[in-house]
Design a binder for this molecule. Structure first.
Ligand SMILES: Nc1ncnc2c1ncn2[C@@H]1O[C@H](COP(=O)(O)OP(=O)(O)OP(=O)(O)O)[C@@H](O)[C@H]1O
Length: 301
């Protein structure tokens, strides 16, 4: 099956500034991918490369098996909602749909009408008068009515209140299911990512820090708690320590494991959540690249 997104040694420079460095990715088909990372990490740059809006400075990127924006057929396979969900302020909602129908050979007018009705958007409304949430819904409707194989959304829900964000993400997931499409969604809201994404890419310092199916990533990491002096005795299997917190008596570490830690040691082991995992990886990054993780012995100095 063709991967949604493949990148090999992908890099993007703006002048002397490296926005993306040595990015290697291979995202299997039919995933809803969460792209997370701090401001300036390179998320929009990666999404724009994936849409073909900009070209790499080095390496390669393939989307749905082809060079991004390789031609009309490939453009029709990808729906893009840019950051701030831009719309044409002077055009009505209906004008936007008419324009979508003209520009997109696979336009599904029925899907567009049904979506507008469901989100209660009046087709006569001028786009410039829409709220942030309504604008995001209009942009998603246009992207979905193309019937793309991949939806790419750059922080589409950033400006929305929690209720509107919830509704927007529900709508997004309905569209993804109806289309049988994959989606890539950049976001700073880790709970949103946890709710809808089954694949995760963490970018920081212009590099990929972590990537994979969420279920696998959570299975590969645990939180270990022990008395301060006992954490140094972590057994083989605790491959890499990502983040430690210490109190007077106790140490807690998020650990990458290559096998289950043996029972009966002087530690307790618990599952980690997605937010804790992402923060553990972000916490070890020093600009511009990743700092090596501490060894078990170093943790205890
Ligand atoms: N057109 C451009 N010209 C010069 N530098 C740019 C350009 N676009 C992005 N950059 C720089 O590249 C880096 C990555 O930017 P990018 O917008 O991809 O980050 P981001 O992760 O999307 O950030 P945010 O979460 O704030 O939206 C930043 O340092 C940014 O200043």
């Amino acid at each position: 099956m063709t991967p949604v997104l493949e990148a090999v040694n992908l890099g993007k420079r703006y002048g002397r500034h490296h926005a993306l460095t040595d990015v290697d990715l291979n995202v299997p088909p039919s995933r809803v991918i969460g792209l997370v990372g701090p401001n300036g990490a390179g998320k929009s740059t990666l999404l724009q490369l994936a849409c073909g809006l900009i070209t790499p400075s080095s390496g390669t990127i393939r989307v749905l098996g082809d060079t991004p924006a390789a031609g009309p057929a490939h453009l029709a396979k990808v729906g893009f909602v840019a950051q701030d969900t831009p719309v044409y302020a002077d055009l009505s909602v209906a004008d936007h749909l008419r324009m979508g129908a003209r520009l997109n050979p696979g336009w599904d007018a029925d899907l567009a009408r049904r979506r507008l009705a469901r989100i209660d958007l009046d087709p006569r409304h001028r786009a410039g008068r829409l709220s942030g949430g309504q604008r995001a819904q209009l942009a998603l409707t246009i992207a979905a009515a193309k019937r793309p194989e991949l939806l790419i959304l750059d922080e589409p829900a950033a400006a929305l209140d929690p209720l509107a964000r919830h509704a927007f993400l529900d709508n997004l997931m309905e569209s993804v299911t109806e289309l049988g499409a994959a989606a890539i969604l950049s976001s700073h809201a880790l709970p949103d990512v946890e709710r809808v994404c089954d694949h995760l890419i963490v970018l920081a310092g212009s590099r990929v820090q972590l990537a994979g199916d969420v279920a696998d990533l959570l299975a590969d990491h645990v939180r270990v708690t022990a008395r301060r002096t006992d954490l140094a005795a972590l057994p083989a299997g605790a491959e890499t320590i990502l983040r430690t917190d210490r109190t007077e008596h106790e140490s807690t570490a998020v650990v990458r494991v290559d096998r289950a830690l043996p029972a009966g040691g002087p530690w307790s082991v618990a599952e980690v959540g997605l937010e804790e995992l992402v923060l553990a990886y972000l916490g070890r990054v020093e600009q511009p690249g990743p700092r090596p993780s501490p060894t078990v012995a170093e943790v205890h100095r």
